[in-house]
Design a protein around this ligand. Structure first.
Ligand SMILES: Cc1cc2nc3c(=O)[nH]c(=O)nc-3n(C[C@H](O)[C@H](O)[C@H](O)COP(=O)(O)OP(=O)(O)OC[C@H]3O[C@@H](n4cnc5c(N)ncnc54)[C@H](O)[C@@H]3O)c2cc1C
Ligand code: SF4
Length: 587
């Protein structure tokens, strides 16, 4: 079986069986703590939630600094890399500092150097190439590598294990543990073997408490524990709202005669209108592989827009379609990406731990790069954490990490580009890119911006206009060769969840989808969810009578878009049973 053949035991039919939510408020089944056996606990110096580049870099650096430290990582994917989705063109500055010899390593996961770097503005028929000399130097990809972040993560995992880090894939951090003073003491993994109705199944296993002197949250964009911590400690009270995009990606194997290893292309414009931010990427790497991706900024206003279908449409552009003709789609996935940048980074340290990587929002938006900062932030926090342990401290705030990041390479990287996203949001794609480009040049030459630091304004969930005021949008039917529907896409993401478990998409008020979201916005979850998890089905389809809101949680690819974009902020994404979700290969 090739690594891209899809596990035949995962039947599409089993993935699309709907989960009907009950009408009762707060209805998700819960098992009373009183009936459960107590959890076992384990003690560590550092507990890390999330086995992405940030979490793994933190673990590796901690062990490099002091091999005697006990460090554990939990990862909700069934294996390291299973839930990792990125471009990826990677700036190696983080890897170079973390593992200085990685380039000489035969096992090194990044083999393709960027060979050509092109930016295009698309209209529906044409592609206008922007000359590279007008782009600020920081936009250049020279010296960067193209590859799969999933493979980078697997490589880092091997290095971490060799240093003695305990890595537990298949375990989701489900609950934060707090001490008497409100400090974070660690995290509990989720219980396994609870049925959909809340009863305990025969294989029920209690979660484990992982107690750490410090707990690092490395969950990536819109982490569920990070969300709780940000709210509980008011970490975002002095910053702009975090902004997000949804990134959709397919991995293709193309005709070798059309493959240009190291070619990196980005585009703006079509199929998105001028008032919707986003763009595409096409990265050629390794053995005839091309990463084809599309990002839509989640501050879009039209509730009839479907990021998934915009992506499908993008592939039909005359400058793209010939590359994919006769080619094979190997994998599909989607993931939120943070876009708020410098002014949206919350307070990072809380009593007992800190946020790192994309949980902190360290993506450089115009460069579409966050991996280098994820690694650098893991290293930075590790240095302050190791120093704190050395002083005999525990469960307090890592204030020095908080103070250090803005002066570090991460702060310098983000500060230079801080106005690009707000300018794009305010002036649309054409005006925004022009002004953003000038602003980046000003930062390059004068080390200052004529705009100061611009605010982002509203959070993404508050940006939708009512459906009655929006332009209608229709999308062509997929052809199954170049363009696809959601369910066949979920199939090639290798997504699998045990169906008999509580729904992990909690509605704070189950009435809102039909009472509020449907009449005002046409229930946009049907369209922004790339995996067909949310549906409105009618008793009488022709007369649109008797609507029911249906959730298919087993299709969820863990992109977190619903948690971000629901206009009523009514959807709370929590991790399903550990090991469930996509199983991305080479993404
Ligand atoms: C479409 C797209 C394209 C991108 N392109 C690029 C690019 O070309 N170059 C680049 O440098 N960056 C790119 N990025 C950004 C880059 O992927 C991120 O900056 C980077 O992955 C952040 O690393 P992280 O470790 O913070 O989080 P992640 O990589 O998201 O890793 C977080 C990990 O934590 C796990 N996790 C989450 N919650 C829990 C929990 N509660 N319990 C246990 N485990 C949990 C997740 O399963 C995941 O494995 C892109 C992002 C997207 C979405
Ligand atoms: S349910 Fe939410 S997190 Fe899951 S795929 Fe849909 S939008 Fe993404």
């Amino acid at each position: 079986m090739s690594r891209y053949q899809h596990n035949s035991s995962v039947k599409l039919s089993s993935m699309i069986k709907p989960f009907y939510i009950s009408k009762k408020k707060g209805s998700e089944p819960a098992v009373s703590e009183a009936v459960l056996p107590p959890r076992e606990s384990m003690d560590f110096d550092a507990v890390i939630v999330g086995g992405g580049p940030a979490g793994l870099a933190a673990a590796i650096r901690l062990k490099q600094l002091n091999p005697d430290l006990s460090v554990v990582i939990i990862e909700k994917g069934a294996a390291l890399g299973a839930h990792i989705l990125s471009g990826a063109v990677i700036d190696p500055c983080g890897l170079d500092l973390l593992l200085p010899d990685w380039r000489e390593d035969k096992e090194a996961p990044l083999k393709t150097k960027v060979a050509a770097d092109r930016y295009y503005l698309l209209s529906d028929r044409r592609a206008m190439r922007l000359p590279n000399f007008i782009l600020p130097p920081l936009m250049s990809n020279r010296g960067n590598f193209v590859g799969s972040l999933g493979n980078v993560v697997r490589y880092l995992g091997g290095k971490a294990e060799a240093l003695g880090v305990d890595i537990f894939p298949g375990f989701a951090g489900a609950e934060l543990l707090y001490g008497e003073r409100g400090e974070v003491l660690g995290v509990a993994t989720g219980d396994m073997g609870i049925a959909r109705d809340g009863s305990l199944k025969s294989g029920f296993t209690r979660g484990i408490e992982l107690r750490g002197k410090y707990t690092l949250i490395a969950e990536g964009a819109r982490g569920s524990l990070a969300k709780e911590l940000i709210a509980r400690f008011g970490l975002d009270k002095n910053c702009e709202p975090q902004k997000f995009g949804i990134g959709l990606k397919e991995l293709w194997r193309v005709d070798p005669s059309l493959h240009r290893p190291g070619l990196v292309q980005h585009s703006f414009g079509w199929p998105l209108g001028n008032d919707t931010g986003g763009g595409s990427f096409l990265y050629h790497f390794e053995d005839a592989l091309v990463a084809v991706g599309f990002v839509v900024h989640l501050n879009y206003t039209n509730p009839a827009l479907s990021p998934f279908d915009e992506f499908q449409r993008f592939k039909t552009h005359p400058s793209v379609a010939p590359l994919l003709k006769g080619a094979e789609r190997l994998c599909f996935g989607a993931r939120a990406i943070t876009e708020g940048g410098f002014q949206s980074v919350p307070k990072l340290a809380f009593p007992g731990g800190a946020l790192i990587g994309c949980a902190a929002g360290f993506v450089n938006v115009p460069r579409i790069k966050g991996t280098h900062n994820a690694i650098l932030s893991g290293m930075l926090v590790a240095e302050h954490l190791a120093a704190a342990l050395n002083e005999g401290r525990a469960h307090d705030e890592l204030r020095d990490y908080e103070a250090a990041w803005r002066q570090s390479a991460i702060g310098r990287d983000l500060k230079k580009v801080r106005n690009v996203k707000p300018l794009w949001s305010k002036y649309g794609t054409l005006g925004g890119i022009l002004l953003g480009g000038l602003d980046m040049w000003a930062n390059e030459i004068f080390r200052a911006s004529p705009f100061g630091t611009l605010p982002h304004g509203k959070a993404d969930y508050a940006c939708l206009e009512p459906l009655s005021e929006a332009a209608p949008v229709t999308y062509p039917m997929p052809d199954g060769k170049l363009t696809f529907d959601r369910l066949s896409s979920v199939y090639v993401s290798n997504t699998n969840h045990d169906e008999d478990q509580p729904c992990h998409l909690h509605l704070k008020d189950p009435a809102i989808p039909l009472a509020q979201n449907l009449p005002v916005y046409g229930e946009p979850a049907r369209l922004y969810c790339p995996a067909g998890v949310y549906e409105v089905v009618y008793e009488n389809e022709a007369e649109r009578r008797g609507p029911r809101f249906v959730i298919n949680p087993q299709n969820c690819v863990h992109c977190k878009t619903c948690d971000i974009k629901d206009p009523a902020q009514n959807i709370n994404w929590v991790p399903p049973e550990g090991g469930g979700g996509p199983n991305y290969l080479d993404m």
